[in-house]
Design a binder for this molecule. Structure first.
Ligand code: NDP
Ligand code: 2IT
Length: 445
């Protein structure tokens, strides 16, 4: 594999798509060795076929706001690869959304979904719509208009979207309602549905729970547990919420959460009624973290800062891409961090990852750590196909098993001669091999 030539060609073809190029480089660096050892990958030109999405749908979303003004946003769906199952991946509504971000997320999703052991291909979609400050009625009208275009491309055996940043249970409800009306069918076309209309128990918690189950396995390789540990978490969305609950349940103290404007440090730990309070604030569509420090006076708000300056044993970045840079990594290491597990997608920059690996910190990438979300989406699809619902215990046990199996796959392909597990390499190689072999089996299409 001529990595630099591949990257140069991609940069020329897709100038400025920095997140996408970053995600591709990371995967190619990891798989270079296994790719070169298996010449049949090169003769089938697997790399060129993997790095470009199968197709991208771009569309305009027009909707009317509460003042009667017509608003226009952009909508996208990137269908990346469906060699091992229907396209599967979330929808992100955030003003920063562009093609580069959705291509990076769709590309990552291929390998993540492959790791889950379930038959799901990779996709991602979304819009530059900003849900912040919008009324429920505005969100409904936007979702309906968005689905008016998207429904033609998706289906329970074709492409199954779900939530991501800015898309939770409420948005999935509005999207599903419109799909059902247009397609005239009730099928498992979206995951993250409400429990009364085809959703799965544990799906809302699954990404955060799964991340903590994965981190628990990482800690166990060093004879450590969550008990008594101090945990720094960023974000306070769906993923951070589930991770906070599960880490607390396992005996840890979560001391930070964050938003785009800064972070909260709460030395007493964020649990119980404090989580309920944050959920209330989140449901109001407003910035959430600052008011926390008025409600709970022991907590401090650090404007414009990231939580990585706090002393902690475990760090779980759960907000967004590239939110943890080299200086943050060095701070965490200086303060004695033992484990960094990515709840978000690509939250650490390549320079930060380099530091974690160099210092032999337990570090695992989002595509392994946060795969519990999409894995439970896969379990929701299975329940929908059987037209029944499993009890909490069954879904949670399956999620736990899947996270343990992803951990084993990372160890299998990522352990070096000295016994250090490079989870980045392990996850990328394990995810890649399954998809690449499926592509070889199915011929050039
Ligand atoms: P949510 O919209 O529920 O929450 C996002 C959180 O991140 C919010 O606390 C938000 O703060 C914060 N945030 C958003 N943008 C920024 C930014 N630019 N800087 C700092 N903080 C920011 O999203 P999710 O919890 O669903 O997603 C979080 C991450 O996890 C994303 O990387 C997503 O791709 C990934 N993920 C999500 C899965 C899921 O099932 N939902 C599954 C796997 C991965 P505020 O609300 O104040 O803007
Ligand atoms: O990044 C992700 O894996 C998600 N946002 C969840 C995707 C899904 O289809 O459940």
């Amino acid at each position: 594999m001529n990595l630099e030539k591949i990257m140069n060609d991609l940069e020329k073809k897709h100038p400025g798509e920095n997140e996408y190029l970053q995600a591709v480089r990371e995967v190619l660096e990891s798989i270079e060795e296994v790719y070169n050892e298996n010449p049949h990958f090169e003769s089938a030109n697997i790399i060129d076929r993997l790095v470009e999405p199968d197709r991208i749908l771009t569309f305009k979303v027009c909707w009317v706001d509460d003042s009667g003004k017509v608003q226009v946003n952009l909508g996208y769906r990137v269908q990346f690869n469906n060699a091992i199952g229907p396209y599967k991946g979330g929808l992100r509504f955030h003003p920063s959304v562009n093609l580069s971000i959705l291509k990076f997320l769709g590309f990552e999703q291929i390998f993540k979904n492959s790791l889950t052991t379930l038959p799901m291909g990779g996709a991602k979609g979304g819009s530059d719509f900003d849900p912040k400050g919008k009324s429920n009625a505005e969100i409904m009208r936007f979702c309906q208009s968005f689905m008016l275009e998207l429904w033609k491309l998706i289906g329970p055996e074709t492409d199954v979207p779900a939530g991501d940043i800015g898309v939770g249970g409420r948005e999935i409800g509005f999207l599903y309602g419109m799909y059902r009306k247009l397609a005239r069918e009730n099928t498992g076309v979206l995951t993250g549905k409400g429990l009364n209309w085809g959703g799965s128990l544990i799906r809302p918690e699954a990404t955060g729970f799964g991340a903590v189950y994965f981190a628990k396995e990482m800690l166990a390789t060093k004879g450590e547990t969550f008990k008594g540990k101090t945990v720094a978490i960023s974000g306070f969305g769906n993923v951070a919420w589930g991770a906070t609950i599960k880490a607390t349940e396992l005996g840890a103290r979560v001391v930070t959460i964050s938003g785009p404007d800064g972070y909260i440090y709460d030395p007493d730990g964020i649990s119980g009624e404090k989580i309920d309070y944050l959920l209330e604030l989140r449901a109001s569509n407003q910035d959430i973290v600052k008011p926390y420090s008025y409600e709970f006076p022991n907590a401090q708000f650090h404007q414009g800062k990231r939580p990585w300056e706090v002393k902690c044993d475990i760090a779980l970045p759960c907000a967004t891409q590239n939110e943890l840079g080299k200086e943050d990594a060095l701070n965490l290491i200086k303060n004695g961090v033992i484990c960094v597990a990515e709840g978000a997608n690509m939250p650490s920059t390549p320079e930060a990852i380099e530091q974690f690996l160099e210092h032999k910190i337990l570090f695992a990438p989002g595509k392994a750590v946060n795969a519990g979300g999409v894995a439970t989406s896969g379990l929701e699809m299975a329940q929908n196909a059987m037209k029944l619902s499993w009890p909490i215990k069954e879904v949670d046990e399956r999620l736990h098993e899947i996270m343990c199996s992803i951990h084993s796959a990372c160890v299998k392909y990522g352990k070096d001669k000295e016994g250090y597990v490079n989870y980045v390499k392990g996850a990328n190689v394990a995810g890649f091999l399954k998809v690449a072999n499926a592509m070889l089996d199915q011929g050039v299409i």
